[in-house]
Design a protein around this ligand. Sequence first.
Ligand SMILES: NC(=O)C1=CN([C@@H]2O[C@H](COP(=O)(O)OP(=O)(O)OC[C@H]3O[C@@H](n4cnc5c(N)ncnc54)[C@H](OP(=O)(O)O)[C@@H]3O)[C@@H](O)[C@H]2O)C=CC1
Ligand SMILES: CC(=O)C(=O)O
Ligand SMILES: [Mg+2]
Length: 416
Amino acid sequence: MPDFRQQALDYHEFPKPGKISIELTTSADTVTDLALAYSPGVAEPVREIAADPNAAYKYTAKGNLVAVITNGTAILGLGNLGPLASKPVMEGKALLFKHFAGIDSIDIEVKHRTTEEFINTVANIADTFGGINLEDIKAPECFEIEQELIKRCKIPVFHDDQHGTAIVTTAGMLNALEIQGKKIGEAIFVCLGAGAAAVACMELLIKCGAMREKIYMLDRKGVIHTRREELTPHKALFANNTDKRTLEDVLEGADVFLGLSGPDLLPPEALRLMAPNPVVFACSNPDPEIKPELAHAVRDDLIMATGRSDYPNQVNNVLCFPFIFRGALDVRASVINDEMKVAAVEALRSISKEPVPEKVLIASQSKSLIFGKHYIIPKPMDPRLCKRIATAVAKAAIASGVAKIESIPENYLDNF
Ligand SMILES: NC(=O)C1=CN([C@@H]2O[C@H](COP(=O)(O)OP(=O)(O)OC[C@H]3O[C@@H](n4cnc5c(N)ncnc54)[C@H](OP(=O)(O)O)[C@@H]3O)[C@@H](O)[C@H]2O)C=CC1
Ligand SMILES: CC(=O)C(=O)O
Ligand SMILES: [Mg+2]
């Protein structure tokens, strides 16, 4: 195989550095164009917006513009490498917003000293955008940041690593459990990682039927249990009254392993401890908790998923954030609430049970994709995702009373 590292660097360097640019939507060639676009014509929409802030949706790019904002403290599973190093990931999120959902997006990497300073920075620029996608901000700070920004901003604020990941993981998990013949309410879950993604995934799985007392969550210190001291409030919610202390202890008889932690943390031999027909989601990026080839070599009765594009069953928030924002922006939702999240889960999981269009087979270099162990969730390039998820989300926003626009056109996103 050609040098993948060099290919990835070349992809980012050529034909121009980076992955996004800004394009004009109107002409700026003649003196008349300039008189309209700039001085004196630009004064007219300024006056309109000063009189009514909602006019910004009519006369500026705000309504289709999402900021991807980070401080670089949890860049994928690479850790706290700082704001600037996170820029390729954030440009990548902007690429995905545009390519899959037609949303204009710009990345913003914020340096800050305190959590309050970060919150103030984001709150102070929020009106520029139609929505804010927080990305790769580590726990526990991410929880306070998101909650405070939801309170202070009039537009949807959504921490992708929490809720985008939770929606996709829950959709994939419900399908995987169904295929393995397991009931979610009876399943024993082991979640390696207790940060932004892990906590949100397990909370949404509980909303969809998982039992809190059947969940074992682990962090760097091992199993989170009721006798552990100095647990953060979000970890304390998952403190299990158990004598089990290690990953191996809790994997004994478990139905599900969910990894949202770091690379190569699940020893292949430990998989043998799990119950028959287990589900293993090793979602750490770029390197999963266990490589699929190692897992399959140990057992042939498992369903395996990763966060990566180059293996079957990609459980990755790319299957959610472009589409949930599409729906939220189009009905001008003030927030992204639980009703919208559950609607996204149901829409996403239902697509995987339907025949796959030929162009998806070609784009994903697959001979066939049929609902089953190796196809539990749609491929990101599936053109049905945008219409189906955005429609479900927009309808849920309207029904739950958070939308400013209270109907969607009959042919909504037909041509996307
Ligand atoms: N596939 C997908 O769509 C997504 C995948 N992820 C992946 O999930 C992982 C976590 O991301 P995120 O939640 O945002 O980050 P956070 O920094 O918020 O959380 C990281 C968590 O992983 C735990 N952890 C790290 N190393 C170990 C270890 N050696 N043993 C046990 N636990 C460990 C940390 O433990 P402690 O609390 O003790 O520090 C912490 O609880 C990353 O790898 C990321 O790529 C995230 C979002 C989406
Ligand atoms: C996919 C993603 O958002 C992450 O790994 O952080
Ligand atoms: Mg992320």
